[in-house]
Design a protein around this ligand. Sequence first.
Ligand SMILES: Nc1ncnc2c1ncn2[C@@H]1O[C@H](COP(=O)(O)OP(=O)(O)OP(=O)(O)O)[C@@H](O)[C@H]1O
Length: 245
Amino acid sequence: MEAAYAITTDGLTKKFGDFIATNNITFQVKKGEIFGFLGANGAGKTTAMRMLCGLLKPSSGKATVAGYDVYTQTESIKLNIGYMSQRFSLYEDLTVSENIRFYGGIYGLTRSAIKTATAELLAKLALEKEAKSLVGSLPLGWKQKLSFSIAIIHNPAIVFLDEPTGGVDPITRRQFWDLIYEAAHAGVTVFVTTHYMDEAEYCDRVSIMVDGKIKALDTPAALKTTFGAATMNDVFLKLAREANQ
Ligand SMILES: Nc1ncnc2c1ncn2[C@@H]1O[C@H](COP(=O)(O)OP(=O)(O)OP(=O)(O)O)[C@@H](O)[C@H]1O
């Protein structure tokens, strides 16, 4: 087990029939890192992330998450990660508190731990007044922040975020990133996909996927130098232009 790494992959591949969605990807994510996983629509990000979360069996290659093998130790992986999917899974017809209690239970927290975590979470998000509101009635940005906070309620080693800030304004996205930084400072490794290039700048390191392959991986500053680009947006456009799929 490579203790310095939260995630390792070696030639990780997923085929759907003849189509190779994730093609032989190899990388490591350090513990405590904020790792941006970029790529155009259909590049294979969600497929890779689902394999790492133990939700989808790879076709070939190796990967470990929190030191556990993605083929044989998926239950241990699930206990040690948080996952916020694109269509985050809060129950719209349950209240804020009920959602926290429900997911706290799923993540194995005791009743008293859930009580403490609920109070902390509501205070952190300034959502005390909305504790009894139905989640369906909240603005999208609040739902996203709540969903993220619930995804880390059990203090996982790693949290996987699949386009967590889609559809909200830049200020709300910035607030969401404050929560990400706070979690990272507390030691949580953050693996995040995004289509927003300003968010790519916030990551410690960024990988860019094109047609199932990782075409570049480095710090935002180093990528800009390598590609002679002023912004991450320019880096992304230079690479994405090569896409075929
Ligand atoms: N279960 C499946 N069966 C067949 N093809 C699939 C399946 N899941 C994904 N794909 C295909 O694999 C490719 C990669 O999809 P994936 O969802 O991983 O991309 P993505 O990079 O996450 O894109 P987006 O940014 O749109 O979420 C797409 O062409 C998709 O149609």
